[in-house]
Design a protein around this ligand. Structure first.
Ligand code: RB5
Length: 148
């Protein structure tokens, strides 16, 4: 599995924590910034990450900002992206099983590093269930195709 990760200035510390976790888990990843503590704009990080996942360059993406909200809003503008903003372990599991989410967004100002690690661990290991969920995701894809 190949993962791409990025954050804005509001998510740098949590991004480093999650990078350590990915290394511990032996998961290949690419870090797309940001590189500085000064203020940056989250769409400049969310959109390239989302495009790389949508293009199949990476299997999954992880985006972190202060709240996770800006990153998730921006990532979900990219066709084929199902970005889930998650701050609990249950949702991390179910958004993989039901929504086949391909990007996880979290907020560094919302949760601590321990919970974030559990969320990432759970999200990366949970599998999409297919079945009745295919029809629902299919409706989103159909809408995307009609509204290029
Ligand atoms: C940056 O101050 C903050 O707005 C950003 O990290 C994020 O929370 C936006 O949704």
């Amino acid at each position: 599995m190949k993962v791409v990760i990025a954050s804005d200035h509001g998510g740098i510390k949590l991004r480093e924590e999650i990078k350590s976790l990915l290394t511990e888990l032996g998961i290949e990843f690419e870090d797309m910034g940001c590189d500085c503590e000064t203020s940056v704009d989250y769409p400049d990080y969310a959109l390239p990450v989302a495009q790389k996942v949508a293009d199949g360059e990476f299997d999954k993406g992880i985006l972190i900002c202060g709240t996770g909200i800006g990153m998730s809003i921006a990532a979900n503008k990219v066709r084929g992206i199902r970005c889930a903003l998650v701050h609990d372990v249950f949702s991390a599991k179910v958004t993989r099983e039901h929504n086949d989410s391909n990007i996880l967004a979290m907020g560094e100002r919302v949760i601590g590093p321990g919970l974030a690690r559990e969320i990432v661990r759970t999200w990366l290991s949970a599998e999409y269930e297919g079945g009745r969920h295919d029809k629902r995701i299919g409706k989103i894809k159909e809408y995307e195709e009609k509204n290029v």
